[in-house]
Design a protein around this ligand. Structure first.
Ligand code: ATP
Length: 507
């Protein structure tokens, strides 16, 4: 009989312990794995949830409601009152701010300010936080000013606006505002201007008397002129006169301590090919002038080269732009009435081209011709530049006499053939201007310095220096008319009746 030798070996306690250890290690690992999987599942779940969430919308914050709890927000074309997330710093909610709206249209985040929109020009401020603006079609609208610009926006600024929300968001810097070249009036006085005493007196009577004695004008029921037109050849002192008027007016107003303002507008700079843009710039100039004048200081608006922009309407010279630009200026000029501190001075050397409507009574009705200087005028201008305070080799009077003699010595410049067959020679002396005299003196001074540095002489400016300077100026001057166009010469020579057929420059 076969004996059953197999017998089970009882596990020893040590074995059991070992097994227990292995199992609990495995168990722990499984538990870890489970937790990790659970976390992963949760992650995936939340991702799925967020994919199912509605997309965020944005709006423009306008204000807090009256109780200061909820936000008034312009979103999806409507003004809505919305709850604000308690996690949001409420100080970030400022008028005009872009806000993100979360679930249930809760305001959850402030995201700066909108960066796109329309542009409009600020016409007038209303109270502390609103303004009247007009767009490029001239349509007017009242908007709220966004907090960052509420304190600084002013008439004439170009603003970025959200027209639907009715908020102006940002000031857009535009070059032409600075190119209006606003100057505090320069220290030019009548005493700096030579040879134009009669013209200065005319201006004085026309502009300064009404300024100094407004009551008398009222008693006599006289309207002070709004402006003056200075006309005449280039470089003869029109700009100087305008600046001196501004200066003189300033000393008449108040204690004279505050200078007046001078808005120097160059006609061609105002021109812009875009429809309505030139008119906008004109409006801007007058807005700025009114704003400045309201502080009590006189403002001169000086339009240089006026004919380039305010030509007779229908003359067809330039794409008939003047049909809208001239009326814009007329409207603005007629509106200056309310402010006696604004004076308009126009300058041109083609007065015949300016639209007559601008020259009617109540507009630029005072016309002053600023002529080329004669001998006495030239002498007078020389005294402004050749002073005893600089080194002179002879008394100033003698040097000036010598220079004037030389300047007026006939030296042919151009020969004109006129329609009646006659010929006429114009001389350099027919084109003398204040600008030329000022240049001559500068050139003579430079020659004197050169001589002194070269050790030739340190006597100062001599008559020879002045003679040389005059010749150089005549040879090189850019102010001299240099054209072969007979029509131009008809105008320049002032021979209105005779048509110039040809012109030959005798150089
Ligand atoms: P434009 O038509 O070219 O603008 P304008 O008549 O306005 O010329 P201004 O700008 O006044 O001429 O003159 C140019 C410069 O010439 C002045 O800055 C000044 O230095 C000098 N000048 C001209 N005329 C006179 C004058 N009568 N007295 C003193 N300086 C003068």
């Amino acid at each position: 009989m076969e004996q059953n030798n197999t017998h089970t070996v009882e596990p020893t306690p040590a074995d059991l312990k070992r097994e227990n250890k292995t199992l609990s290690a495995r168990n722990a690992k499984l538990a870890q794995l489970l937790t990790a999987s659970k976390r992963k599942l949760q992650d995936l779940q939340s991702q799925i949830d967020s994919l199912a969430e509605p997309a965020s919308t944005y709006g423009v914050f306008l204000a807090f409601d009256r109780r200061g709890h909820d936000a008034e927000v312009f979103t999806s074309g409507r003004r809505m009152r919305l709850k604000v997330s308690p996690n949001l710093d409420r100080s970030q909610l400022q008028t005009g701010a872009l806000v993100r709206l979360g679930d249930g249209s809760l305001v959850v985040e402030a995201c700066g300010y909108p960066e796109t929109g329309n542009t409009a020009t600020l016409t007038e401020r209303i109270g502390t936080d609103r303004a009247l603006v007009s767009d490029h079609n001239g349509e007017e609208k009242v908007v709220q000013l966004a907090t960052p610009i509420a304190a600084t926006a002013r008439a004439g600024d170009t603003l970025l606006i959200d027209p639907r929300a009715g908020v102006a968001l940002e000031k857009i810097p535009k070059t032409e505002i600075s190119s209006l070249s606003l100057e505090e009036v320069p220290d030019i006085t009548y005493a700096d201007i030579g040879g134009l005493d009669t013209q200065i007196e005319q201006i004085h009577d026309a502009v300064e008397l009404p300024f100094a004695h407004p009551d008398l004008y009222k008693t006599y029921e006289l309207q002070p002129p709004k402006g003056v037109l200075l006309y005449g050849p280039p470089g003869c002192g029109k700009t100087l006169i305008a600046k001196a008027v501004a200066n003189s007016l300033a000393s008449r107003v108040g204690d004279g301590a505050a200078p007046s303002w001078f808005l120097n507008v160059k006609g061609p700079e105002l021109l812009n090919k875009f429809v309505g843009e030139t008119e906008r710039r004109i409006r801007l100039i007058f807005e700025r002038a009114r704003e400045l004048a309201s502080a009590g200081r006189p403002v001169i608006i000086f339009f240089d080269e006026m004919e380039s922009i305010f030509r007779t309407r229908g003359s067809g010279v330039s794409s008939d732009m003047e049909t809208t630009v001239v009326p814009q200026l007329l409207t603005e000029m007629d509106g200056v009435e309310s402010l006696s501190n604004v004076i308009i001075i126009g300058a041109t050397n083609r007065e015949e081209l300016i639209d007559p409507a601008l020259l009617r009574p109540g507009r630029l009705d005072v016309k002053v011709r600023v002529e080329r200087p004669n001998r006495n005028g030239a002498r007078d201008i020389f005294t402004r530049y050749l002073r005893e305070t600089v080194p002179l080799a002879a008394p100033a009077g003698e040097l000036i006499d010598a220079a004037v003699e030389k300047l007026f010595t006939p030296r042919p410049y151009v020969e004109l053939e006129l329609s009646d067959g006659s010929r006429e020679v114009l001389h350099y002396s027919d084109f003398i201007s204040g600008a030329m005299i000022s240049n001559v003196v500068d050139r003579a001074k430079k020659l004197a310095i050169k001589d002194q540095l070269a050790g030739v002489s340190d006597a100062g400016v001599t008559a020879t220096h002045l003679h040389e300077a005059i010749e150089a100026e005549q040879d090189e001057s850019e102010d001299l008319p240099n054209t072969a166009n007979p029509d131009e010469w008809s105008r320049i020579s002032g021979r209105q009746g005779e048509v110039v057929i040809s012109a030959r420059v005798l150089r």
